[in-house]
Design a protein around this ligand. Structure first.
Ligand code: NDP
Ligand code: MG
Length: 413
């Protein structure tokens, strides 16, 4: 698998880790690599790690271009390496960290270098977008425990991720719904599972009609009622595409057919998802919405370590409500089921078009409902192919982005 990734991002520079550091890490501390450390998940992961400085060792921190924050993080956590994907910011970071002894790596390679770093026991992939897929494959191929927040890895390349798992790595979900299911399934017979029920907050536009949705602005879409997240996932939550991605994510993580994965709206975001078993019993995992809980569960699995999260009180549980999804107003969820059932490259296309559509929406170039129209039309035109290697995903994504740009040209008002 790594050889396959290597054709696209050759791992050119070998490591030179001083033995003293290596021994310290190996003996008594959990070695952590955090990809996307400057993002919402990355920052919350560091808040958790800050509580456990005596038991952990930051091996690598990687971001795309946020020099200021990566420098602050590097000075506080003293990782062995930091990586910056964009060249210009990487050079600035190199200058700023000169003399600190922290190695700075640059370019897309640095994601892979951190993912396979020999001293990383656990790799947290908190990059946004399918740019995170090669690192997921690399970490699993290198036999790491992968704490996966980057759901696009599974949406774009689920078949590849499953194959990479045979390399001896371990995959622990960070997404709150999947973390909930993962823990409900602990110690259970997988054959006793009847269905899983993913909960969705419904986003900021719950209850709106299609006519009302036509006019919503990026500012409104970025105001999520219960979670504070990065821009892409916040907009995806407002269209329910995020929930569609999570259905696909659940399909790959738990090996269930799409007929056995359901979605229910639960505006309070306290019940993080449920599993129904053969005997009619339901298991659920509950807490106030705070990503630091599932992040800690994934980083320190199978142990439970402290987090800074607020405790859930009985008054938080007083009114828990559940309602069906309004599939007429929000069509992205059905589009995701459709792509998931089609399989092969269809889900990579789904993700790539949505990624571009969200970017155009945030720049004010298309309307809110154009996101689903663009996805629907490009998906309709796509002939799914089997995914054998990473190149198949990359080609499908390129095709999807080209088609989406044509759609935009044709539909510009
Ligand atoms: P953010 O946008 O807040 O952060 C993204 C991180 O990835 C940043 O560190 C960013 O670096 C880095 N990054 C962006 N593009 C690239 C790239 N091309 N190559 C390498 N690094 C890149 O996103 P979130 O933290 O919200 O989300 C991260 C992932 O976790 C997503 O897949 C999301 O769906 C998933 N997730 C997030 C949740 C949340 O609560 N936020 C909940 C559940 C899942 P820089 O800052 O330098 O640009
Ligand atoms: Mg989620």
């Amino acid at each position: 698998m790594l050889a396959d990734i290597g054709r696209i991002y050759p791992l050119s520079r070998p490591y030179n880790v001083p033995m003293t550091v290596k021994e310290e890490v190996r003996r008594d501390r959990l070695g952590l690599a955090i990809l996307g450390s400057t993002g919402s998940i990355g920052r919350q992961a560091l808040e958790v790690v800050r509580l456990h400085r005596d038991r952990t060792r930051l091996v690598a921190l990687v971001a795309r271009s946020n020099v200021q924050l990566l420098e602050v993080q590097a000075r506080e956590f003293r990782p062995l390496m930091v990586g910056m994907v964009e060249e210009g910011p990487a050079r600035e970071l190199e200058r700023n960290l000169f003399g600190t002894g922290i190695e700075v790596r640059r370019g897309p390679d640095c994601l892979l270098e951190a993912a396979v770093h020999p001293l990383a026991d656990v790799v947290l992939n908190a990059v946004v977008g399918s740019a995170g897929l090669p690192a997921t494959l690399a970490a699993l191929g290198a036999g790491k425990r992968l704490a996966l927040a980057n759901k696009e890895s599974l949406v774009a390349g689920g078949d590849l991720v499953l194959r990479a798992l045979s390399g001896g790595g371990e995959l622990i979900p960070v997404d709150s719904e999947h973390s909930a299911i993962f823990h409900c399934l602990k110690g259970e017979d997988p054959n006793a599972v009847e269905r899983i029920i993913l909960t969705a907050s419904g986003g900021p536009f719950r209850g709106r009609t299609r006519e009302e949705l036509e006019e919503v602005t990026p500012q409104e879409a970025l105001r999520h009622p219960t979670w504070d997240m990065g821009a892409r996932i916040t907009v995806d939550s407002s269209t329910l595409m995020n929930k569609g991605f999570e259905v696909i994510e659940a399909h790959y993580l738990f090996g269930l057919s799409y007929d056995r994965i359901e979605v229910v709206i639960h505006p309070q975001s306290i019940v993080h998802s449920m599993v129904e078993f053969r005997d009619g019993s339901l298991s659920a995992q509950l807490s106030v919405p705070d990503m630091r809980i599932p992040i800690a569960l994934a980083l320190f699995h199978p142990e439970r370590w402290e987090t800074p999260a607020k405790r859930t009180t009985l008054s938080d549980l007083r009114s828990l409500t559940f309602e069906p999804v309004d599939k007429h107003a929000f069509r992205c969820l059905d589009l995701a089921y459709q792509a998931g059932r089609a399989g092969g490259t269809a889900t990579a296309v789904l993700n790539a078009v949505d990624e571009l559509a969200v970017e155009l929406f945030l720049k004010g170039k298309i309307g809110f409902l154009d996101i689903e129209r663009m996805v629907a039309d490009v998906l309709e035109a796509h002939q799914p192919r089997k995914v054998e290697v990473l190149q198949d995903v990359l080609e499908a994504e390129e095709w999807a982005r080209d088609r989406a740009m044509i759609w935009w040209e044709e539909n510009r008002k």
